[in-house]
Design a protein around this ligand. Structure first.
Ligand SMILES: NC(=O)c1ccc[n+]([C@@H]2O[C@H](COP(=O)([O-])OP(=O)(O)OC[C@H]3O[C@@H](n4cnc5c(N)ncnc54)[C@H](OP(=O)(O)O)[C@@H]3O)[C@@H](O)[C@H]2O)c1
Length: 443
């Protein structure tokens, strides 16, 4: 058998520990499939004394993780530390700059610095792989780069954050409110002590930006992403959605303009612009994403020859994430050093961001209004004046605390800029107790 692929592991937490356990437990099978063994030679974490439930005595230890990149006995550095910048980025630059392969699960770093790192990898002829950065154990990057490589992808969308999905599906099952379920998720370890990256949609946006670059062969553009999280969703929205035949999910969606959109001139047709957004959406109960519960991730890709592909599985956890990391290592052991984003960086398209106002669709709007005469007339007049056609309007019978009532509106299909114009007309109205919540209907 060929020489082993020699690995340095930075980060021995949830994922790093999983990688060691996976290589130890499936080493013989992996060696057969890779054509050579995977051998961890050196490791690094902050605290050398911490008990990690794995035997580290056979590996060299580095106190400074960037030194892993300098070791002559290392072929590939695995970065499992996290953080968009700081030590993880320093290590990544140093490893690739030294011509070593880099495998990472770090979506924040790839979303912000993926182009720079891919250029460096290409210049050095070094492999850069990040399957675990998107949807944990689900091989969606591989699926796009390899399985669907022959297709024009028109749209890619999915559930990319397990914490949000756990919270939303628990709210749906139990009828409880957001803050209550979030606190429970934190107590159970499903949500971080500071959950803002997850619940405000940033983590999902990191993953979506990576997927979009691969799916559309375009330069990664995290700054163009429109992001809204789930913290404003109430039990009443979930109940209202259920009554209409929908569930609420945080959906990341990237599509080229011309699909469910108008062209920039207001006419139907493609423009080569890209929509990228993460926001809660109403998903019809019959849609495959509606059945995705708990911490599961799922991604749908629509290709012009393959049709609709659904990738689904565990989006986090030591085992699933380690599975994706080690799959990347097996690829490298086999000699796969292809362009990290499928196409060399210099050949990636630069797609301008599309104006979200051109997107066509139906929307759910929740307005919290004062319980007094004339309010509904004011709202419907704003919709009429902005060109929004109302499909249904439901005012909940009983006033909430403070004499406020919830009004839920579902619109007929139309450009989103009409809905935005209606909200503009209502802005500052004394009838509204808080800014309206708007969620598109997926479909
Ligand atoms: N957890 C998941 O399910 C999951 C899923 C997909 C992707 N990811 C990504 O995988 C990466 C790792 O996540 P994780 O959950 O395994 O994190 P984690 O459990 O917090 O582990 C991080 C590790 O990095 C080490 N570390 C932190 N700063 C360091 C420094 N300056 N020098 C040396 N070591 C340092 C820590 O050392 P100590 O142990 O000594 O503190 C720890 O071993 C992140 O990018 C994350 O986004 C995680």
């Amino acid at each position: 058998m060929a020489d082993p692929l020699r690995i340095a592991l930075a980060g021995l937490g949830t994922v790093g520990g999983g990688v060691i356990r996976l290589i130890e437990s499936n080493g013989a099978l992996i060696a057969r499939r890779a054509g050579r063994p995977l051998e961890i030679v050196a490791v690094c974490a902050r605290d050398r004394a911490k008990d990690r439930g794995v035997d580290l005595s056979r590996y060299a230890w580095e106190d400074d993780m960037t030194l892993l990149a300098e070791r002559p006995d290392v072929d590939v550095v695995v970065e499992l530390v996290g953080g968009a910048d700081g030590p993880a980025l320093a290590l990544a630059r140093r490893a690739l700059g030294a011509g070593k392969g880099l495998v990472t699960a770090n979506k924040a770093m790839i979303a912000h610095h993926g182009m720079e790192l891919a250029e460096l990898a290409e210049a050095e002829g070094a492999p850069l792989k990040f399957e675990a950065a998107v949807a944990g154990g689900v091989p969606v990057i591989k699926g796009l780069r390899e399985g669907a490589a022959a297709n024009v992808i028109s749209r890619i969308y999915g559930i990319l954050n397990g914490t949000c999905n756990y919270i939303l599906s628990t709210m749906e099952r139990t009828g409880r409110d957001f803050a209550d379920v979030l606190a429970e998720a934190q107590a159970l370890g499903y949500a971080e002590a500071d959950p803002s990256f997850d619940i405000e949609g940033i983590d999902a946006a990191h993953k979506l930006a990576i997927l979009a670059a691969i799916a559309f062969g375009s330069r990664l553009d995290f700054g163009a992403m429109h992001i809204a999280g789930i913290s404003r969703i109430r039990a009443a929205d979930i109940a209202q959605a259920a009554a209409l035949g929908y569930v609420i999910r945080l959906i990341g969606i990237a599509e080229t303009e011309g699909g469910e959109t108008e062209g920039a001139d207001g006419e139907a047709g493609g423009t080569g612009r890209l929509h990228q957004r993460v926001q809660p959406c109403l998903v019809p109960r019959a849609h495959p994403l509606a059945a995705v519960d708990g911490a599961t991730n799922a991604v749908v890709a629509e290709g012009n020859f393959v049709g609709r592909l659904l990738f689904q599985g565990a989006g986090a956890g030591d085992g699933p994430t380690a599975s994706a990391v080690v799959a990347d290592l097996i690829d490298i052991a086999r000699g796969d050093t292809g362009a990290p984003f499928s196409v060399p960086v210099a050949q990636l398209d630069t797609l301008d961001p599309a104006d979200p106002g051109h997107r066509l669709g139906r929307a759910y709007m929740r307005l919290t209004v004062a319980d007094r005469p004339g309010v509904l007339a004011e709202i419907t007049a704003a919709m009429r004046d902005a060109g929004v056609s109302i499909e249904s309007l439901i005012q909940q019978g009983r006033p909430e605390e403070g004499g406020e009532v919830l009004v839920a509106i579902v619109t007929h299909g139309g450009p989103e800029r009409h809905v935005a114009a209606a909200l503009k007309l209502l802005e500052g109205s004394a009838s509204l107790a808080e800014p309206p919540l708007v969620m598109p209907l997926l479909g």
